[in-house]
Design a protein around this ligand. Sequence first.
Ligand code: ACO
Length: 428
Amino acid sequence: MSETVQLTINDKSYDLPVIKGSENEKAIDISKLRAQTGYITIDTGFKNTGSTTSAITFLDGENGILRYRGYPIEQLAEKANFLEVCYLLIYGNLPTKTEFSSFTNNITNHTLVHEDMRSFLNAYPTKAHPMGILSASLCTLSTFYPESHEQNRSEESVDLTIYRLLAKLPTLAAWAYQNAVGHPVMYPKNKYNYCENFLQMMFAMPAFNYEPEPVIVDALNKLLILHADHEQNCSTSTVRVVGSSQANLYASISAGVSALWGPLHGGANQAVIEMLEKILNDGGGLKKWVEKAKDKEDSFRLMGFGHRVYKNFDPRAKIIKKAADDVLNKLGIVDPVLDIAKELEEVALNDEYFQSRGLYPNVDFYSGIIYRALGIPTEMFTVMFAMGRLPGWIAQWKEMMKDNQPIGRPRQIYTGEKERNYKSIEKR
Ligand code: ACO
């Protein structure tokens, strides 16, 4: 017999069905609650609310487990190629050789961005944040492909939008950076793989040749994989909610980029490095900063610490910490910010405040250190995150469309004024 949970309201009992996941996670199904009882539930920040069932990513925050379509993140980060992971997330299985070659070709052949997009780019102020440019550019792309607005899209047309998004986002991201530094934009080159191509668009110049170093390409590949999906986080939920109104995929992804930008979400990677630099410039004394983070009167938080779902450790942070060490060693870089990061981790992890609240370094605590070592400027860190998260957003949007989910529209409990009558301005 299937499990139910009993809810009693004013002596009347209701049996609510329990939904079980493939890893035995349990949820109380309240989809008929209002119709049956007149009540709704309140859960600001959705801390206890499952917005959907999903077959894409499994995350166990207590035990630090993260799997994409069943594959452990540790194995994928160690052995896979980012485009392989994109295919896995979006289509459900690892690609065969033929599938991978066709997928890669399709992406390689769509990396060019329409020249008219350059007019938009040229109009941004030189100091424009690249996340603002990226979000706006992705939405603008939809105007170049009006067929993406059509309802009842064919599978082929959705696939084409997917190739275009995966192919063009790195081009747009690199252009946003070139715009900020006043350099000429570099065009994609088909001889390079996905990561190499992005790096050459970032760092090549018409005046000299640039060949991406394998150490840097490997590190970038790993970082993109680690960020590729994270189930129903703030930006992914945004993509799903925007997409649930049947808005096109470009617009939905653009909304996801905006949600990611905030410092409590993807913007944390930029905020972490800015914080570590501040601590370093302040003389490196950590105690003062840890005390500030614990002080409820002070708005300062240790950026890169804490996570809504990981309360023991973030498995991605473990992999990234090791990768940061490897990259710095291989490139022969000594970064005092890395030393501050390690000391801060040590101090915070031994502090009762952080221990009792389950606050551990998250994925963004060390990613910025690798990005710095790769020569990527701080303002681009969240853009790098967006590049990694893109396949996850696409997979989640695709799943929601396939499942024909209803429009996302929460309810509320109104706490404002009761009805009152309008008075003309002379009588107020
Ligand atoms: N520094 C100091 N105290 C913190 C921190 C922190 N980084 N994070 C949480 N706390 C404290 C809170 O003040 C609260 O304390 P209280 O119980 O005494 O009131 C308690 O820990 C719980 O914090 P919440 O904000 O309720 O936890 P929530 O799950 O809502 O927030 C979040 C998670 C947003 C990630 C939070 O830990 C935070 O702001 N971290 C810093 C920003 C950051 O690194 N974000 C990146 C997250 S990873 C990602 O999105 C890719």
